[in-house]
Design a protein around this ligand. Structure first.
Ligand SMILES: Cc1cc2nc3c(=O)[nH]c(=O)nc-3n(C[C@H](O)[C@H](O)[C@H](O)COP(=O)(O)OP(=O)(O)OC[C@H]3O[C@@H](n4cnc5c(N)ncnc54)[C@H](O)[C@@H]3O)c2cc1C
Length: 476
C-alpha cells in the first residue's frame, strides 16, 4: 500500500520538564508529531519526581509566565487553582521588605502571581500538553547524540531504559534538558562552532522546608524579606509561599559567605538573622513537615544560541538561560519564550533555513529581560563572579534603588516595578517620564516602621491562629 507523503514537520523535544512540555504545546499545532524524550518517569499526579530537585524549593510563577502558559494551554490556571494553588495579588497580597523598606498593602492589584508547589505547576502543564494531538512522551529515554551536520541538526540518537538505541529523525530538535544540558557538547561533536556562554554567579545557596501552616492559608500573603546589596557582607533573603494542602513552602538564601546550611536545627535561626525576623516568628508557630533541602547550583548562565547558525536546533528554558532563582523568573521566561516560539511557528515554516535562528532570537528576548534584572543586582554582592560593575551599572543601580524606596509609598512606581518584575513589560518601562518624575519627587509618605499585617496575620504572632486570614480587612 502506498504511504501518504508527509507534509508537516516532525519535532523532537529533549527533556520533559516545564520547558519541554511548553515547547511541545507551542509546536504541536504546526507539526505532524512532537516526541518528548525524558530521562525519568513522569507521574500523572502532582507529586515529587526524579529530575526535578528544585521542586523542594519555593517557586513563584509571575503573571507574565502564568499568562503565557494560559495562552499556550488554556485552562491550566483553573487546574492549578482547583488543586489548591493560590492566586496572590501584587502588591496587596505580599508582605514584603524591599531594600527600600516595607511595602504598603493599600493599593489596587497591579499584577498577580501563582503560588503553588512546583510539582503541581508542572503536572498541570504536562497533563495539558500530553493531551494535545501528535504529542508523545518517551519516558525513561535519553539522548546519546545529535544527528546531522555542523549546519543542520536532523534528529537524535536516543537510548531506552533497556539499553537499546534508536535514531529519531526530526525537522526541528528542541533542547529543554535544563541547567545540566549537554547540548553544547553534542553540537561540538557535529563540528558546529562552540556555543559562547556568559556566567554571573553571586554564589547563592538555597535552603528550603515545607511547613503545616498554623492558619487557613486562603488569602494568606506571600511573606518576603529581600537582601539589600548596599549593606556590608553577604545578601540574605527569605520567603514564605502559601501552597496547596494548607502548607507553607519556605525558602531561605544567602550569597557567597552568607549561605544557609542543610541543618534542620539552624533553619529558623537563619531566618531570624534576615533583615527582619518576621519569617522566623511565623516559623516558630508552624510545624515542619520534613527536612531542609539545599540547592547550590544557582548561577546565572546564558548560552548564546541566538548567535548560532545551526538550522534545525533550538534551546528553551534553563538549557539556554538559567537564572539566579532569587528573582523567580526561570519558569516565566521559559513560558514567554515558548509563546514567542508558537507565534513564530504560526507565521512561517519551521523547516525553513534560518527558522531556528529567528526562533532562538525570539526565545531569548524575554530571557534577556529577566537576565538583566538578575545580573544587575547579583554583580553587586561580595565575591560575585561577574564583570566588575561599570559607572553606568552603578548609576542604573542607584536609580533602581531610588525607585524601590519610592515604591513603598507611591502607586505609580510600585505598579511600574511590579509590571517589570512579573515580566509583563521590560525594564524600559522604568524610564517612562511618569516614573522618572515620581522617582525625582521621592517617597510621598514616611517609611513604615514594620510589616503591614492585617489583624488575622497579626493574631497568629500574638495569640495563635484566627479562623481565616482573609476575614479581616487590610491595614495600609
Ligand atoms: C532553588 C530554586 C528555586 C527556584 N525558584 C524559582 C521561582 O520562584 N520561579 C521561577 O520561575 N523559577 C524558579 N527556579 C527556576 C526553575 O526551577 C527553572 O527555571 C525551571 O525548572 C526550568 O525548567 P526547564 O524545563 O527548562 O528545566 P528543568 O525543570 O530542569 O527540566 C529539565 C528536564 O529535562 C530532563 N532531563 C535532563 N537531562 C536529560 C537528558 N539528558 N535526557 C532526557 N531528559 C533529561 C529532566 O529530568 C527534567 O525533566 C528556581 C530554581 C531553583 C534551583
Amino acid at each position: 500500500m502506498a504511504t501518504t507523503p508527509r507534509t508537516r514537520p516532525r519535532v523532537l523535544v529533549l527533556g520533559g520538564g516545564l520547558s519541554g512540555t511548553l515547547a511541545a504545546a507551542a509546536l504541536a499545532p504546526h507539526s505532524e508529531s512532537v516526541d518528548i524524550v525524558e530521562r525519568h518517569a513522569l507521574p500523572d499526579t502532582p507529586r515529587p519526581r526524579r529530575g526535578l530537585p528544585q521542586a523542594g524549593h519555593a517557586h513563584m510563577l509571575w503573571a507574565g509566565g502564568a499568562d503565557a502558559i494560559e495562552s499556550l494551554l488554556p485552562g491550566t490556571t483553573r487546574m492549578w487553582l482547583g488543586a489548591g494553588a493560590h492566586r496572590v495579588s501584587i502588591p496587596n497580597g505580599m508582605v514584603s521588605l524591599s531594600p527600600g523598606g516595607w511595602y504598603r498593602r493599600c493599593w489596587p492589584e497591579a499584577q498577580y502571581l501563582i503560588s503553588a508547589g512546583r510539582d503541581l505547576v508542572d503536572w498541570a502543564v504536562r497533563s495539558q500538553a500530553l493531551a494535545l494531538a501528535g504529542v508523545r512522551l518517551r519516558a525513561e529515554t535519553e539522548p546519546v547524540r545529535l544527528l546531522g551536520t555542523r549546519a543542520r541538526v536532523t534528529g537524535a540518537v536516543v537510548r531506552h531504559r533497556d539499553g537499546t538505541e534508536e535514531a529519531l529523525e526530526a525537522d526541528l530538535v528542541v533542547d529543554a534538558t535544563g541547567r545540566s544540558s549537554r547540548a553544547p557538547d553534542w553540537l561540538a561533536e557535529l563540528g558546529a562552532p562552540a556555543v559562547t556562554e556568559t556566567v554571573v554567579d553571586a554564589g547563592v545557596t538555597y535552603a528550603s522546608r515545607r511547613y503545616k501552616a498554623p492558619i487557613d492559608t486562603a488569602g494568606w500573603p506571600v511573606i518576603n524579606v529581600q537582601a539589600d546589596a548596599r549593606l556590608e557582607g553577604a545578601g540574605t533573603a527569605g520567603t514564605i509561599l502559601p501552597v496547596e494542602g494548607g502548607e507553607w513552602m519556605v525558602s531561605l538564601s544567602g550569597t557567597r559567605g552568607g549561605e544557609p546550611t542543610s541543618d534542620d536545627d539552624r533553619f529558623t535561626e537563619f531566618a531570624r538573622g534576615l533583615r527582619s525576623p518576621l519569617i522566623a516568628e511565623y516559623l516558630d508557630r508552624a510545624e515542619p513537615l520534613g527536612p531542609v533541602t539545599v540547592a547550590r547550583n544557582t548561577a546565572n548562565r546564558r548560552r548564546h544560541y541566538e548567535k548560532s547558525r545551526v538550522d534545525g536546533f533550538i534551546a528553551l528554558g534553563d538549557s539556554a538561560t538559567a537564572l539566579n532563582p532569587l528573582y523567580g523568573h526561570g519558569m516565566s521566561a521559559a513560558a514567554q519564550g515558548a509563546l514567542a516560539l508558537r507565534d513564530l511557528a504560526a507565521s512561517g515554516d519551521i523547516t525553513a533555513p534560518g527558522f531556528a535562528r529567528r526562533a532562538q532570537r525570539a526565545i531569548s528576548r524575554p530571557a534577556a529581560a529577566a537576565w538583566l534584572l538578575a545580573v544587575g543586582q547579583d554583580a553587586l554582592f561580595p565575591g560575585a563572579i561577574a564583570r566588575k560593575p561599570r559607572f553606568a551599572d552603578r548609576l542604573t543601580s542607584r536609580y533602581v534603588n531610588r525607585l524601590i524606596t519610592t515604591a513603598c509609598s507611591d502607586f505609580t512606581v510600585v505598579a511600574a516595578l511590579t509590571d517589570v518584575m512579573t515580566l509583563q513589560t521590560t525594564g524600559a518601562a522604568l524610564a517612562h517620564p511618569r516614573v522618572l518624575l515620581a522617582a525625582l519627587r521621592g517617597p510621598k509618605l514616611p517609611p513604615l516602621d514594620g510589616p503591614a499585617l492585617n489583624p488575622a496575620e497579626e493574631a497568629v504572632l500574638l495569640d495563635g491562629p484566627s479562623p481565616r486570614a482573609d476575614d479581616a480587612g487590610r491595614r495600609p
